[in-house]
Design a binder for this molecule. Structure first.
Ligand code: COA
Length: 258
């Protein structure tokens, strides 16, 4: 589940499924927009922060054990991607500054949430990646877009095509995170940053966020149909079944491009 709590001027959303490295179940995804709505409407909340329970993981991404049920048929894949869009827009569309505080694994959907935040700070232990190509998964449009906006084409392509994991220092070098701290310093450093954000003028922050968003929107209109079709092709594939089964059975997948 997610834990939603207010600590002073900071609204915290904590991913809490430690036995699965804080993987995000459908119920957890669904709870995020409501938490964001609450924080948005609460004038005492001046910034919103995300973290995982404990220090092993921010989140290891979407809960793969639910894929067979929630993310295998064409209709359910589209529904799932719509839910993801809603979640990410609720974060990215917030007028308040948003921060991801990252220990340990930050993978797939976990990284997507972090990328929807304004700022990302991590501990030295953090590891980043989007292993869609290791699961046969057709990663969603918004996720590609945010990655591209954050790290540019060269890095975004490597991250997606190799699907490998990157250390905190590599993530810093690629521009995936704003700063890396020693694990033991991350909480105190993040607290200082959150306090500084909370003390700044909310309308100035909202103004900058609006302008950044509008500039991003202004960059041409992609072919939505072609992108949707590419994702569906993965969703219907044998490789995608193979990818998620191999993960559950703890073996290497064997992909055939079908
Ligand atoms: N969904 C569901 N379960 C997950 C999960 C996920 N995304 N990530 C980890 N888990 C579960 C594992 O199945 C395992 O469960 P078990 O104890 O019942 O066997 C438990 O969490 C611990 O994971 P394990 O792989 O044993 O830990 P690790 O420290 O060796 O490796 C990860 C951690 C995160 C590197 C590895 O679990 C992993 O690669 N997870 C999948 C990441 C991924 O593909 N995310 C993208 C989804 S779109």
């Amino acid at each position: 589940m997610i834990v939603v709590e207010k600590r002073g001027p900071v609204g915290w959303i904590v991913f809490n499924q430690p036995a699965k490295r804080n993987a995000l179940s459908n119920a957890m995804w669904r709870a995020i927009p409501e938490a964001m709505r609450r924080f948005e409407a609460d004038p005492e909340v001046r910034c919103v922060a995300f973290r995982g329970a404990g220090i092993e993981a921010f989140s290891a991404g979407a809960d793969i054990s639910e894929f067979e049920k929630n993310r295998s048929q064409k209709a359910s894949v589209a529904e799932y991607d719509d839910l993801l869009d809603k979640v990410l827009h609720s974060i990215q569309g917030s007028r308040k500054p948003t921060v991801a505080m990252i220990y340990g694994y930050c993978l797939g959907g976990g990284l997507e949430i972090a990328l929807a935040c304004d700022l990302r700070y991590c501990g030295q232990s953090a590891q980043f990646g989007i292993p869609a190509a290791k699961l046969g998964l057709g990663y969603n449009v918004e996720g590609h877009k945010r990655l591209l906006e954050t790290v540019g084409h060269a890095q975004a392509r490597e991250i997606m095509l190799l699907g490998r994991r990157y250390s905190a220092d590599e993530a810093l070098h690629m521009g995936l995170v704003n700063k890396v701290f020693a694990d033991g310093d991350l909480e105190a450093q993040s607290a200082d940053i959150l306090a500084a954000l909370a003390a700044n003028a909310p309308l100035s922050i909202a103004n900058s966020k609006t302008i950044f968003e509008e500039y991003v929107k202004a960059q041409g209109i992609p072919d939505a149909e072609a992108m949707r079709a590419a994702i569906e092709r993965c969703a219907k594939s044998e490789d995608y079944q193979e990818g998620r089964r191999a993960f559950m059975e703890k073996r290497k997948p064997s992909f055939r491009g079908k």
